[in-house]
Design a binder for this molecule. Structure first.
Ligand code: F0G
Length: 359
């Protein structure tokens, strides 16, 4: 019994409460978020010029993305202040996560999503968890500016990453990486959309260094999609476009903190094309068994780009690519993107044998 209990994931608040702004009124709630696998590369490493390569697979969180780490803490704080309603704008994953935690902890959840621009699985999640879904004929940035105005209403708690407790919860991913590796990696490659996550990782890495849990800081390498790369271009993009709908964002809320993370770590925020993203998406699934959503593959796409243009910068280094969400969110894309298709035949042993021989 004791052994079973010791294997239980108590969630990011309980596991890291020493490093979070938890007080006696903060409920220690969880859906088992965090403790996601840090998967060592077995195949892709052979084509990349670094010594250790890992994928932090955040698709293994309860709603299938990294958002759950921040959401659980934002919800705990909303419960602490007796809030009854939570709201967010989202490209899909934040809305799925808010809706799940809202359902579980008795909060009414309002989500604003761009009409026709979120992956079907994410919409299905928000529907299933019972959120009030407002679909706007506009993009994420327009949704977020509406949400910002809603936050003037004290009855509504905003659970986008402009809520600082979201960043607090998400920084635990950096803690887990250090706890597992024994020290910080040399570089962390990460997709960037609204730029909350790169901000959160940097906070986590700098805090753990301060607590002497690590001996160094990593270089942060953030990647936006080429058609939605305001941080690379240095100005907001009015009509962002990319196949990676999760990071189809033209005016990131955490703009300044992302630039600070880049500068302080001596890193880079660059862009990758949709083709580069899709190629990394295929490689992760077919070479490592990691089925992620396209936005999540921007980190590996960035590493592959770096390996081509500046191989010396990663030579002999330990590298972590953050893989932010599950491929199950967008099954239609996989059916379109991969060559492997089911063959349809009669349910007879001989016909099946023949089909196997012809594979
Ligand atoms: N990867 C995935 C799968 C995401 O859903 C997001 C953001 C990002 C990367 C980028 O993270 O915004 O912290 O820089 N999704 C948000 C949403 C915007 O609404 O679900 P970021």
């Amino acid at each position: 019994m004791k052994q079973i209990g010791s294997l239980m994931n108590l969630g990011v608040i309980q596991n890291y409460k020493k490093y979070l702004p938890v007080n006696k009124n903060t409920p220690i709630i969880t859906m088992g978020e965090g403790q996601t696998p840090l998967i060592k590369s077995t195949n892709i490493i052979n084509s990349i010029n670094c010594s250790n390569l890992y994928f932090k697979f955040e698709g293994c969180n309860p709603t299938g993305s990294f958002k759950d780490r921040g959401m659980v803490f934002a919800i705990a704080k909303a419960l602490e202040t007796k809030s009854k309603i939570i709201a967010c704008a989202s490209t899909g994953n934040t809305s799925a996560s808010a809706a799940a935690y809202g359902a579980r902890f008795g909060l009414k959840t309002i989500v604003i999503v761009p009409n026709g621009k979120i992956a079907s699985g994410k919409l299905a999640q928000a529907i299933a968890y019972g959120a009030k879904i407002i679909s706007i004929d506009g993009n994420f940035d327009q949704g977020l500016s509406i949400i910002r105005e809603l936050s003037d209403d004290n009855n509504v708690t905003i659970v986008n990453s402009i809520n600082p407790f979201r960043i607090e919860g998400q920084k635990t991913a950096a803690f887990e990486i250090i706890d597992e590796l024994g020290d910080s990696p040399d570089s962390l490659f990460i997709p960037v959309g609204n730029a909350g996550n790169i901000t959160a990782y940097w906070k986590g890495f700098t805090e753990y260094l301060k607590y002497e849990k690590s001996s160094k800081l990593p270089i942060l390498m953030g990647y936006q999609a080429e058609g939605a790369a305001p941080l690379v271009k240095g100005e907001p993009i009015e009509k962002p476009e990319t196949i990676a709908s999760a990071i189809r964002i033209g005016n990131p809320a955490s703009w300044e903190s992302a630039i600070a993370a880049r500068n302080e770590s001596g890193g880079l925020i660059d862009s990758v094309t949709d083709d580069e993203i899709l190629s990394a998406y295929e490689m992760l699934a077919s070479q490592e068994g990691i089925f992620c959503e396209p936005a999540s593959a921007a980190s590996l796409a960035g590493l592959i780009k770096t390996n081509l243009i500046n191989p010396q910068s990663i030579k002999d280094k330990t590298i972590v690519c953050v893989v932010t969400g599950s491929g199950l969110k967008e099954p239609e894309l996989a059916e379109k993107q991969f060559n492997s298709k089911p063959i349809n035949i009669k349910p007879e042993l001989e016909t099946v044998k023949e089909a196997i021989m012809n594979l």
